[in-house]
Every structure is written in C-alpha cells, then in structure tokens.
Design a protein around this ligand. Structure first.
Ligand code: UD1
Ligand code: UDP
Length: 381
C-alpha cells in the first residue's frame, strides 16, 4: 500500500509548540510518510522548541532577519516552499493557526493544487485589525483549506456559519493542551527536574506571589506597550508581588520594555524561556499578564488567572468561564484589575478555577485518526 505523504510547515515558537506533538503522533503512523519544513520565521525561539521535542526538520528555509517585514516573510515562504513542494509532492500540507508562515504556506500549497489541513482553524475575533495581521491570515487560510481541525465548539460553529462543509470540520481540541500536559507530566514525573527548574529561578523570593508577564502583539507596539510597562512598574511598587518578564526578542518590544522596567525592584527581565521552564513558571505563578494567544489557552488548564492586554480576543471560552479577563492597555485599568488578585479580598479564588475548554491532550491523536481514515471521537469540552 502506498503511504500518504504529509508535510507539516511551521516557523514560529507557538506554531512549533503546537505542531510538534502532532509531528510525533503522525510519525508513528505506518500509513503516513511525514516530513517537516520549518520556515524559521523565528530562529532561536523555534530552535528551543525543536530541541525540547527532539525533532529535526527535513527542510529549513532559515528566513528570519533582524527587522523583517510581513512582505519579506510572505514572499520568502512562497518561493522557498515552492521548490520543496515540487521536489517531494506531498499529498497534503498541514499549517497551524494564523502566522505569516501559515498563510503563505497554505497559498504555496494552493498554487500547486495540494490540499491543505488547518490545525487550530476557525478562531475569529471579528475585527480584521485585532490581532493584526493574524485575524485576516486565519480567514485566508480557511478559504484555501479543505480540512479544518477546530479546538472548540465555537470555532467549529464559526466555520459552519461561513459556509464550510460539515464533513470537513472536525472538533479535535487544541494541540497546545497535548504539549502542555506532556511538559506538566515531565515536571511532575521526572526525578529531580522540578528541583533543577526551581534552582534556575533561585533569584525569586519563595514567599512573594509571582506575576508572569509576556507581550509581543504588533498592535501594542509604541504607546500601548509603554503604558502596559508603566502599569507593571506601578504594580511592583504598590503591591506585594514579584514579576518575571521573558522579553520577546523583537526590537520593538525589547526597547520599550527595558526603557521602562530595567532596574525596577522586584521586576526580573529575562530572555525568552524554553517551554519547559516557562510551563514551570506558569504553574508557579499567582497570575499572568499577557497578550499571547497560546498562554490564554494554557493558563486556564493550570487554573491561573490571566489578564489579557487586548481589547478583543478570538478565544472567548475562558473569558466566559471567568478565568481570563480582557484589560486592554490602559495603565489605570491594568493596575486596578490585576491588583485585585494580589490583595487578600478573594478575587484570586474566583478566577483561579482549573478549566479545560481548549482540549484534553488528545487533539493530535484525533487529527491522526482523520488523516488515516479511522473513526474519530470528537473532543467534548
Ligand atoms: C509572530 C507572528 C505572531 C505570533 C508570534 C509569536 C506573524 C505576522 N506574526 O510575530 O502571530 O503570535 O510570532 O511569538 O506571523 N526574533 C528574533 N529571534 C526569534 C524570533 C524573533 O530575534 O527567535 C526577532 C527578529 O528581530 C524578528 C522579530 O523578532 O525580525 C519579529 O519576528 P516576527 O516573526 O516577524 O514577528 P512576531 O512579533 O514574533
Ligand atoms: N512561551 C515560552 N517561553 C516564553 C514565553 C512563552 O515557551 O518565554 C510559550 C507559551 O507557553 C506558549 C507559546 O510560547 O505556548 C506562546 O507563544 P507567543 O506568546 O510568542 O505566541 P502566540 O501564542 O501569541 O501566537
């Protein structure tokens, strides 16, 4: 029997974290021949994830530059992938989410008339400019794709409302929960690992509650990011807490964050963390302040309150459940809302409920079932 050729294409940290569990599961399927192409839209942050999961890509477009523009990424993916698609002729290309890599890779596959499967399909914020350009990227991919692996009932329904075929839309859950549970199991099960991770954060004060912070959205560059940082500085000065902020390497983020927060007592500015120590820190945190998509999905599974520095989100499920709160970028609002969970009045307990709207750790297995034509039992949130 001829095997089905599957090419997975990804390039940034979050795509890698969410695609690598799938790579592992698909590679174990005898009916599939699996190859991985990384665009390296991210370099160091991608390599961190590849190393952690022990995956060596078959193709590497190595396209990252220090001040890359969206046009540059898009054209480099299109031309780079064209050669690979001609040479290997996969039966299907899998892309993930909403990055420039995912959008351009799905277009490259379309130009060769190769079917595209969209992992994490159907997310919609409703506003083409928030997040920008991701909201439009994910819509473009869903015009091209012919199989949709959706994380939640809401995302499935978004696609059906837009006219996707019912038999092309699968409710699988999000592979990010597969990745998260793999790491959380390692932290708990691997002898000595939790102690080694604790040692690597020996600068943290054991009894001071932790606010973990990340941020990188393009629409927050400039004044909004400065305002968020001013809020973090004020929180650190006025509340009993400590902050760890792994700063995204984008110069548009590094500059303002260091300008406002360098030297502020109880604020630790660090390089982007490997996924394993980052999961450890999420577990150790009291609350998280972020504009990240992935962290909005992971933190609720760990029972951690998340404050999202955005005005809209394409991940409304945990907001509805009360674990995630949108706080925008206004300094006063952030200080007031985040400050509440660091006071003894009980706001933390109300938000810190462990919920799993985004997956059960079996999303990759379900996608494998679909690809080999096995019966698949959908995710039930
Ligand atoms: C990209 C995605 C965004 C995703 C985010 C995850 C698009 C349009 N944006 O945004 O959807 O949420 O990744 O982090 O696809 N850099 C490094 N080393 C790295 C990674 C980045 O130095 O390992 C620096 C480079 O200077 C690079 C810059 O960051 O030019 C921006 O990277 P880019 O991928 O263009 O944008 P992100 O903001 O990371
Ligand atoms: N993450 C990480 N190290 C860090 C910050 C984040 O491993 O220092 C992980 C995080 O747990 C999540 C993913 O990176 O799985 C999110 O990536 P990012 O916020 O860059 O992108 P987004 O999810 O917003 O697209």
């Amino acid at each position: 029997m001829n095997s089905t050729r599957i090419l997975l294409v990804f390039g940034t940290r979050p795509e890698a974290i969410k695609m690598l569990p799938l790579v592992k599961v698909l590679a174990a399927e005898p009916a599939l021949e699996v190859r991985v192409c990384v665009t390296a839209q991210h370099r160091q942050m991608l390599d961190q994830a590849l190393e952690l999961f022990g995956v060596r890509p078959d193709y590497d477009l190595d396209l990252m530059t220090a001040a890359q523009g969206l046009e540059q990424i898009t054209t480099a993916v299109l031309t780079g992938l064209s050669t690979i698609l001609d040479a290997w002729r996969p039966d299907r290309v899998l892309v993930h989410g909403d990055t420039a890599t995912a959008m351009a890779a799905s277009l490259a596959a379309f130009y060769k008339k190769i079917p595209v499967g969209h992992v994490e399909a159907g997310l919609r914020s409703g506003d083409p400019l928030q997040p920008w350009p991701e909201e439009v990227n994910r819509r473009l991919i869903d015009v091209i794709a012919d199989q949709f692996y959706t994380p939640t009932a809401e995302t499935r329904d978004n696609l059906l409302r837009e006219g996707a075929r019912r038999d092309a839309v699968y409710l699988t859950g999000n592979t990010v929960i597969d990745a998260l549970l793999m790491m959380a199991d390692r932290v708990e099960g691997e002898p000595g690992l939790a102690e080694r991770l604790a040692d690597s954060f020996s600068y943290l004060e054991p009894d001071l509650p932790l606010l973990l912070v990340t941020g990188h959205r393009r629409e927050n560059f400039g004044q909004p990011l400065l305002d968020i940082c001013a809020a973090i500085a004020e929180l650190a000065r006025t509340h009993r807490l400590q902050v760890v902020y792994p700063i995204h390497p984008n110069p548009n983020v590094q500059g303002p964050v260091r300008q406002v927060l360098a030297g502020v007592p109880h604020v630790h500015l660090v390089e982007p963390l490997d996924y394993l120590p980052f999961v450890y820190l999420m577990k150790r945190s009291h609350a998280i302040l972020t504009d990240s998509g992935g962290i909005q999905e992971e933190a609720p599974a760990l029972g951690k309150p998340v404050f999202v520095t955005r005005n809209v989100t394409e991940r409304p499920e945990a907001v509805a459940a009360g674990t995630v709160e949108l706080v925008g970028t206004d300094q006063r609002t952030i200080v007031e809302r985040v400050g509440r969970v660091f006071t003894p009045a009980g706001a933390h307990e109300r938000m810190a409920r462990r919920i799993n709207p985004y997956g059960d750790g079996r999303a990759s297995r379900r996608i494998a079932d679909i690809l080999v034509g096995r019966k698949m039992k959908e995710f039930e949130p």
